[in-house]
Design a protein around this ligand. Structure first.
Ligand code: ATP
Ligand code: MN
Length: 458
């Protein structure tokens, strides 16, 4: 169908004024009287809508065309709007593409996000989701642009994997066979399976990313990760998108600088490229959002040592659900206190105790901590997990033995430390958490087309 995107008409009105155009879209709202009808049309190419004015005495219009949710094609002249300084389309003909009966669940009065979660296939036609997913798209493009412009190679790491990066039990199995009691052991059972061994969905592309970084210096991945998290929170999904740069010749302070620079670059891109969407979020989701984000772009992130963070938390005048002591994991409530109350901006917590972090993290000279950091942001908590990787073969082997890991399945990874090992670092940014942060949306299910979580695969 030959037609013009509504965004083109609204962004360059001078190009279209006085000319005839064809637009297609859905009726978002309408006002209908016996003499004239006004349709607010959205084709989803931008946040704003184009008003179509129909002189009912001059042209015949199927009454179905003015119903909320109907899809229509309008041909007419682009003219100065009667009200305001925009443009509208003076319909010369209106045709119905698809009618929309009154049981259409998206109605004018604002419905709750919770209700909209029950209709993921229709909720994208609301203002909120129109804005969320355009911001998500612009952010994704900006992330690719950032890395591309800075000489990173974009690699795609495998989704099906035999290694569980974190050594934790949160991996989904990939199998073609059902369990059969005839197998004597787990190993024998998996021998008969598709890959001849146990396989699962990747929780992170890091280990393979490190392989690529040892050839290209700077790489990043941007793909799905899967975690069988049993935690039913507003910031965890079973399937999420993960951005994982890995950089050779970079130590912890270098990778922190990269993370901060990238986050600021992408926030700025969203603020500049999505003004209407960001104004909407600022008014309806989080008052002051735009000022907050500009402030983030223009100031330094905080940095605090884990040991100091624990002292701050111990002295805090708040009753935490989980007790704090040196050596404990920092829970979401602690993360949020640090970033929302103490620093009131994004903050890197650095040098965690080695016992609560992964085997591959670089061991610090104190023998107790590792060169790892989490970036915490107000409203969410952790959005980035980051570390310098242990580049010393012996220390790495020791850390794996301490954790009773099966060293034979990490041969390739260990080879990287045997053949031309270099200091290197990387991080993982959860894309949905980042989108939550820039939009002010409070539930990760509302920044994902079809969210997957415990007991939910609609
Ligand atoms: P958390 O402590 O919040 O569960 P994590 O420490 O398990 O996160 P990492 O393994 O460090 O997470 O993963 C890197 C990043 O990926 C996190 O900082 C977060 O932004 C994102 N992430 C991790 N798990 C999930 C999940 N289940 N859903 C959405 N994003 C996630
Ligand atoms: Mn983490």
């Amino acid at each position: 169908m030959k037609h013009t995107d509504i965004v083109d008409i609204l962004n360059q009105p001078e190009e279209y004024l006085g000319k005839t155009a064809v637009v297609c879209g859905w009726v978002r709202t309408s006002r209908d009287s016996s003499a004239v009808a006004f349709l607010e049309l959205s084709d989803g190419t931008c946040f704003r809508r184009l008003q179509a004015v129909i002189d009912k005495q001059a042209i015949a219009v199927d009454p179905e065309c003015t119903k909320n949710g109907a899809s229509v094609r309008v041909e007419g002249q682009i003219v100065k709007a009667f009200k305001g300084d925009g443009v509208e389309i003076n319909a010369a003909s209106v045709s119905l593409l698809g009618k929309c009966p009154p049981e259409y669940p998206i109605q004018k009065k604002r419905t709750t996000l919770e209700f909209l979660r029950s209709i993921p296939h229709l909720r994208l036609r609301t203002n909120t989701f129109n804005a969320v997913f355009r911001v998500r798209s612009v952010a994704a493009q900006a992330i690719h642009r950032y890395f591309h412009d800075n000489h990173y190679v974009y690699v795609n790491t495998p989704i099906i994997t035999a290694s569980d990066c974190e050594g934790a039990g949160e991996m989904f199995r990939v199998t073609t066979q059902g369990y059969d009691a005839k197998y004597a052991s787990e190993e024998e059972y998996y021998k008969n399976d598709f890959f001849g061994q146990k396989a699962g969905l990747s929780v992170s592309g890091q280990l393979e990313g490190e392989v690529a970084a040892m050839a290209f210096s700077k790489i990043y991945t941007f793909g799905p990760s899967f975690r069988a998290e049993n935690s039913n929170t507003t910031r965890h999904l079973a399937e999420f998108w993960h951005i994982e740069p890995e950089v050779a010749f970079a130590e912890l302070p270098d990778i922190m600088e990269i993370a901060e620079d990238m986050i600021k670059y992408v926030i700025r891109a969203v603020l500049e490229e999505c003004p209407d969407e960001m104004t909407f979020f600022d008014s309806f989701m989080e008052k002051g959002l735009k000022d907050k984000l500009w402030h983030v772009v223009n100031s330094k992130f905080g940095v605090v040592d884990y040991t100091d963070a624990i002292e701050i938390l111990k002295k805090a005048d708040v009753k935490f659900q989980y007790p704090v002591d040196w050596g404990c994991d920092i829970q979401t409530e602690h993360e949020r206190y640090l970033t929302e109350v103490v620093f009131r901006k994004p903050v890197f917590v650095i040098n965690y105790p080695k016992a609560i972090k992964s085997f591959y993290m670089k061991q610090n000279a104190d023998g107790k901590t590792v060169a790892a950091t989490d970036l915490l942001v107000p409203g969410i908590g952790e959005i980035i997990g980051c570390s310098e990787r242990e580049a010393d073969l012996d220390k790495l082997l020791q850390a794996m033995q301490d954790r009773k890991m099966d060293i034979s399945s990490y041969r390739q990874y260990l080879d990287l430390r045997t053949f031309g090992s270099v200091p290197h670092s990387g991080f993982g940014l959860g894309f949905e958490r980042f989108v939550m942060y820039v939009t002010g949306m409070e539930n990760i299910r509302d920044v994902t087309l079809f969210p997957r979580s415990v007991g939910n695969i609609m």
